[in-house]
Write a protein that binds this ligand. Structure first.
Ligand code: WTA
Length: 664
């Protein structure tokens, strides 16, 4: 809570610039025929979603989802009691909603386009195909004793089969726990044990960026220490010659023998749908639990409005299903809406930096959803190569996962979208299930760097250090949500007390996001980053994102990461790691210039203590910078770096240590 107060004070230092940012008008390509048109229409619907909340959600829950039995109550329970429930009494099946119900009208239309690691290795699955494949794996799971309420661990590459397994679990009422296939065996082991999974589904190997990932080998090491696991089911992605033990089963013959239809289990609205583990600022990863009815309604409605989804679109979210983005916006949201959703197995840089542009051109993609980190890594290359691709199919460009700096936003808008696409900077979390703050295409005037306005039914609030709500505009604080929304997680697996303390303990009656935010003069929300990443320098609090944004505005900075470091007199100093653009030459003059850039953008108290140029940053494979590693390096605690196995490129650590030693 101390963070919140300082964050509020900090507002007075940094507000003006953001308040001055002009809006970019809604985009013509999106405007005609948009699902919701104009800010007035948004405001009217938003107001009614709060004022007549039950009516709003009753109407939309019925519009987006088919119920086997209609619900008796829209929303019940409170944050304070930790018993929030949505659509109680309702019965439905998520897989039925995502697959079967579309078959009469679009059984032969493409549900999933899969683009493999190699360029152009494309497989398409119609809704009928998906029903058949999902049924087969559902029947195999059942044959291994998986029943309603059982937890199934999934550790797979981005094969289409990963989506089939998720849907198969939903079909039979099992609870999937997808673990991103970049996690180490220890991380996998902990997650399997925490959820007491009885079956693990994996693949022999994965392929990503031309490299082979020995998944089954990792599973073997994990499962050796997982007493609850009875069977490991293995898809053959590469047909590698790997070891099979008595618990292991190749899926190919089992699927061939399985019946291609499996009935859908009728589920209660509040039955568990999936667990997804995510890191907190302290402690071990927490398995957030999402339930059936509210999650599906929320994934579908947000997919529809945020991406302005229209029939005939080819929608592509290039995230991994190992993260919440893949759950809500590759699988559940799009398929519930009957969309064509693309799954991408590769990386933005394989075989070269034009992969995304080629992907967009070949599939005529209409909505493209990626992360700021990918955008920044592509900005480093000249735009000439991109100009050779036809990107005119695009209508909406989305970003997620971290604050997008205005420079990256501009580049995405100008060069990828050719100033004709709407940018949707979607703010949300594993915990929120779906977007909670985002522009709507053709509707919300945009401001580069702002996630703009809350989604329908989401009542945001900014809190100060005393736990009070900050009213008015041009203010900063900690971002909270004031009332339940359907997509929110319901608990942490096996630890409801931790759920309550983490999310409802700091500000009683409010959901605490853990992020700081600025609300500008127009009520637009600017996420400033996690409050746990806030630095305290001589009593001044600084968002690392603010300093990073200042650095990145320099023409020779491609990417940056700022962390606090121990400082004798100031408490904390500021350490900036910068990745220079390809055409920059590292020199002491340039580093001095960058220091000045931060001073002049934010204030002299924000002058960096260290600026360290590096060829790369330690990132997880999902693109998140591991700040813990950076903090340890600059604090010279390199013997306690912790698990770096999930880094996309662990070799960067040694370079950083060397560079930091030079700087200190
Ligand atoms: C950050 C990812 C700024 C934020 C969907 C949040 C963002 C955390 C944005 C959740 C955004 C996500 N602008 N920050 N558009 N989107 N974040 O659980 O700090 O992996 O708390 O969910 O990412 O990360 P998670």
């Amino acid at each position: 809570m101390a963070d919140a107060g300082s964050s509020a004070k900090r507002a007075k230092l940094a507000v003006d610039e953001r308040d001055e940012v002009a809006t970019v008008d809604v985009i013509a390509r999106v405007k005609s025929g948009a699902n919701i048109s104009g800010l007035d229409a948004y405001r009217a619907l938003y107001d009614s979603s709060l004022k007549d909340s039950d009516e709003f959600w009753r109407e939309h829950a019925t519009r987006f989802v088919s119920w086997a039995r209609t619900f008796d109550e829209v929303c019940g329970g409170t944050f304070a009691d930790g018993d929030v429930r949505w659509f109680a009494g309702g019965k439905l099946n998520v897989c039925y909603n995502c697959v079967d119900r579309h078959i009469p009208t679009k059984g032969d239309e493409v549900a999933i386009v899969h683009e493999g690691d190699e360029v152009g290795s494309v497989t398409t699955y119609t809704y009928k195909d998906v029903q058949r494949e999902v049924s087969r794996i559902a029947n195999v799971l059942k044959s291994f004793g998986v029943r309603k309420g059982d937890n199934v661990a999934v550790y797979m590459p981005m094969m289409a089969e990963l989506a089939f397994v998720m849907l198969a679990c939903a079909r039979i009422g099992a609870v999937h726990s997808v673990v991103f296939a970049g996690f180490s065996s220890e991380s996998l082991r902990d997650r399997i044990n925490d959820a007491r999974c009885k079956v693990v589904v994996t693949a022999d190997e994965g392929r990503r960026g031309g490299r082979t990932i020995p998944l089954k080998h990792t599973v073997d090491m994990a499962v050796a220490m997982c007493p609850t696991v009875e069977a490991v089911l293995v898809y053959e992605r590469t047909h590698a010659d790997i070891k099979y033990s008595s618990k292991d089963h190749k899926l190919t013959p089992l699927l061939e023998a399985a019946r291609p239809f499996c009935p859908c289990e009728e589920m209660d609205a509040e039955d568990p749908l999936f667990l997804l583990y995510t890191s907190g600022s302290t402690g071990k990863p927490k398995g957030l639990l999402h339930t059936t009815g509210g999650y599906l309604v929320y994934a579908a409605i947000t997919h529809y409005f945020t991406f302005d989804y229209r029939p005939g679109d080819v929608y592509a979210c290039v995230a991994d299903c190992g993260w919440i983005t893949g759950h809500s916006y590759i699988v559940y949201g799009p398929l519930c809406n009957g969309a064509t959703t693309l799954m991408f197995e590769s990386t933005p840089l394989y075989p070269d930096h034009t992969r995304y542009w080629d992907l967009i051109q070949r599939h005529r993609i209409t909505q493209f959803y990626t992360a700021p980190t990918a955008i920044r890594s592509l900005m480093r290359f000249s735009n000439d190569a991109m100009a050779k691709f036809d990107l005119t199919s695009l209508r909406v460009l989305g970003t997620v996962g971290e604050p997008i700096n205005p420079e990256a936003w501009r580049w995405y808008y100008d060069f990828v979208g050719k100033r004709s696409c709407s940018i949707v900077d979607t703010y949300w979390q594993t915990e929120t299930g779906g977007h909670v703050v985002s522009p709507l295409p053709g509707c919300t005037p945009l401001k580069p760097g702002s996630a703009t306005l809350p989604f329908f039914g989401v009542e945001t609030a900014l809190m100060d250090g005393d736990g009070a709500e900050i009213t008015g505009n041009s203010v900063s604080g900690v971002l909270c949500i004031k009332r339940p929304w359907p997509g929110m997680a319901r608990t942490i697996n096996g630890d409801h007390a931790r759920f309550m303390v983490t999310y409802f303990g700091a500000y009683p009656g409010y959901y605490f996001t853990g992020d700081g935010a600025f609300r500008d003069k127009d009520g637009y929300i600017w996420i400033t980053g996690r409050v746990d990443d806030v630095l305290n320098v001589s009593g001044h609090r600084l968002g690392s994102a603010e300093i990073e944004s200042a650095l990145i505005e320099h023409e020779f900075v491609a990417e940056s990461a700022v962390i606090g470091c121990p400082h004798d007199t100031k408490g904390q100093g500021i350490c900036c790691y910068v990745v220079l653009t390809a055409d920059a030459v590292e020199s002491s003059d340039l580093l001095a210039e960058l220091r000045l850039q931060v001073r002049t953008t934010i204030g002299p108290f924000a002058t960096p203590d260290y600026i360290i140029a590096t060829p790369g940053l330690p990132k997880t494979r999902s693109g998140k910078i591991m700040r813990r590693v950076l903090r340890k390096i600059i604090a010279q605690e390199t013997d306690s770096l912790g698990d770096v196995s999930t880094l996309a490129d662990p070799s960067v650590v040694d370079i950083l240590i060397e560079k930091a030693n030079e700087a200190i």
